[in-house]
Each structure stands twice: as structure tokens, then as C-alpha cells.
Design a protein around this ligand. Structure first.
Ligand code: 0O2
Length: 207
């Protein structure tokens, strides 16, 4: 058994349920003749090895309780949007959803990380028809949702890949170049948003 104990089998169920619920929010938007909420979704259960490493790094006991209650990203969904305004539309839908409550928000879009990382993170407390670690059924499960534009996502993927390349000759220079690239992409996102608004207003639509 892994750090997730009996939840090894339940976490993938929570993952599919969350993904389905988010897809339904999108289907509802499209049904209401609104633009799609996002371009694509990806979802993962954090590997037990990575969760164990996180608990150790944070000084938590390596236990199922820490993995599910102290860390709240065992289940993670990334929503990749076309435009910044779509991130806000997704957030609005999540705030209204009766199956979850947003309990924490980190706005790395308004406040980008010093390296240039941008994304909007929320932790939701999701209700699901499984017994949780506190004995409740339906249970409460934490899920981390990251919302980003395509530009933010492509930068984060490349930066993540490069993080693992050690023995780099000039890490400071690379860090500066990455930051510059992130800022340029952020300005493209703003430009794309403006273009969308111009197109929509000429077509007589909102946003
Ligand atoms: P993986 O494999 O993506 O899950 P906490 O102290 O628990 O509130 P936490 O979770 O330590 O905060 O950190 P935070 O800032 O909320 O961000 C966690 C996740 O955001 C990371 O997950 C990454 O997915 C992403 N992220 C944060 N900063 C960066 C960054 O600088 N570059 C990239 N590429 N991604 C980032 P994990 O656990 O690292 O990995």
C-alpha cells in the first residue's frame, strides 16, 4: 500500500468525477450559446512518491492523513483556457457549483512568481459519494485546480522540464531569459484579450 492507503483506489474516482463535473459546466455554457469555458483539461493523481517527498519537505508525518488533509493537491486538475476572461468565467462557475466550495485561492496571474510563473490556483472542498478519512459519506475531498491560458501553460511546461536539467552552465542568464519570455507571453495574452473584445463588440456581443 502507498501513502494514500485505502484511498489508492478512491482518488482516481474523485479525479474522474471532478473532470466530469467540470466538463458538464462547459457543456452547459455551450448549450447556453456562450463560448466554451476552456480549451482543454488535464488531470492527475499526484504519484505516491511525489506526495511522500512533499510531506517530508513540509515536515508533515508521512501518513494518509497528511497526504489527504495537510496537503490538498493529491488530486489536481489543470484547466487551460484560450483567454484570460475565460479563466474568470470558469472561476465564476466553480463559485456557483453546488458540488464544491472554494476554500483557498492563489492568484499568480495578478501576482506572478518572481521567475515569471503565472496561473490561478484554487483548492476546492468537493463532495463525493465516497467515505472520507473523517468517516463522512458523502465525503469531503480536496482538489487543486490550476487555471491558465495556453500561453501560461506552454511556458510552465517548458520551465518545468528545464528545472530538472542540472549541470546548466549559466542558470542566472537562463532564469532571466525565461522571465522575459513569461512577461512577453503575458503581454500577448492581454493583446489577444483585446482582439477578442474588439471582435465581439463589432459583432454586438459581450466580452
Ligand atoms: P505537480 O507535479 O505539478 O503537482 P502550499 O504551500 O501547499 O499551499 P504548494 O502546493 O507547495 O503550496 O505550491 P503552489 O505555489 O500552490 O504550487 C503548486 C503547483 O503549482 C506545482 O505543483 C506546479 O504544478 C505549479 N507551480 C508552482 N510554481 C511553479 C513554477 O515556478 N513553475 C512551474 N512550471 N510550475 C509551478 P508541484 O507539486 O510542483 O508539481
Amino acid at each position: 500500500m502507498t501513502i494514500y492507503g485505502p484511498y489508492d483506489e478512491i482518488l482516481p474516482e474523485i479525479l474522474s468525477l471532478t473532470t466530469e463535473r467540470i466538463k458538464q459546466l462547459n457543456q452547459q455554457a455551450v448549450y447556453n450559446k456562450q463560448p466554451k469555458l476552456y480549451e482543454h483539461l488535464i488531470a492527475r493523481v499526484k504519484t505516491p512518491e511525489s506526495m511522500t517527498e512533499k510531506c517530508e519537505r513540509k515536515g508533515y508525518p508521512v501518513s494518509t492523513e497528511s497526504a489527504l488533509r495537510k496537503c490538498r493537491d493529491a488530486v489536481g486538475v489543470r484547466i487551460v483556457c484560450n483567454f484570460i476572461s475565460d479563466i474568470n468565467r470558469c472561476l465564476e462557475q466553480l463559485r456557483q457549483a453546488d458540488w464544491c466550495q472554494i476554500i483557498k485561492e492563489k492568484d499568480y496571474i495578478t501576482n506572478a512568481k518572481p521567475n515569471g510563473y503565472r496561473s490561478y490556483h484554487v483548492i476546492i472542498d468537493e463532495t463525493a459519494p465516497y467515505r472520507d478519512i473523517d468517516g463522512n459519506q458523502p465525503g469531503h475531498f480536496y482538489v487543486e485546480i490550476q487555471l491558465r491560458t495556453i500561453a501560461m501553460d506552454s511556458w510552465a511546461s517548458l520551465e518545468h522540464e528545464m528545472k530538472y536539467k542540472h549541470n546548466i552552465a549559466n542558470p542566472e542568464r537562463i532564469g532571466r531569459e525565461l522571465k522575459r519570455c513569461a512577461d512577453q507571453l503575458a503581454s500577448c495574452d492581454v493583446q489577444m484579450q483585446t482582439i477578442r473584445q474588439l471582435i465581439n463588440s463589432s459583432a454586438g456581443e459581450d466580452d
